[in-house]
Design a protein around this ligand. Sequence first.
Ligand SMILES: [Ca+2]
Ligand SMILES: [Ca+2]
Ligand SMILES: [Ca+2]
Length: 253
Amino acid sequence: MAMAYHKEDRIYGNVPDTSARSVESKVRSDENRKVAAAESGIKRYRLAAVILGLFCVLQAALIIFLVVSLFSEKDALKRTNFDVEAGFKNLTEERDDLKKKLNNLDVEAGFKNLTEERDDLKKKLNNLGQGGWEYFRGSFYYSSSVKKTWQESRDDCLQKGADLVIINSKEEQNFTIKFEKRLWIGLTDSETEGTWKWVDGTPLTKSYWVSGEPNDEYGEDCVEIRYFDSENNWNDVSCSIPLNWICEMKVRP
Ligand SMILES: [Ca+2]
Ligand SMILES: [Ca+2]
Ligand SMILES: [Ca+2]
């Protein structure tokens, strides 16, 4: 524009108007100020946008960090739960295993006891067989080859783990006859005269006295098998005379 004025001034010979220039300069100055103000505003907006952008980035980073932390904790808790469950499962299995072992031990111990008892019985049976014992209906019987008093005879039976015979049945009574010896049996009234008791303390219920016995003729408190041709063959006699005897060892009650 300034160039335009100078060219026209030269062509038409006009002198530039100073007031018009002043107005133009002022307008220009106002425009410059407006442009500068606009640029300054744009800069502030840009700065604010940058700050806002940075803030958003920071916030996003924080959110990501929190989410990652949360998942990590969740995983850790899951692992802990898993460990506890695994530990509990192991303990349960160990308990069951111990129970099985205990049961097996019981069975083994029971089997061992039975084996020992069997071996013990075998030994006893061998000893009984070699020692002149005879089996009859749940008991072993031993008839002596020497003669002793009633008490000495009983002591001998007790030493053998038996006692003088207790006659519980007609069959057992008839079994004693076959030895054909005068034999002490485990019956006495030494505690109370006339009250007969077996050596295990039980009272006499079924008896096989010879007719006329017991008579306590000479203070007779012990009982012998006296005859071998009759079922009724018991006699009371003095406990101090020497006689053979018969022991009974019960195998089953
Ligand atoms: Ca008996
Ligand atoms: Ca008597
Ligand atoms: Ca008598």
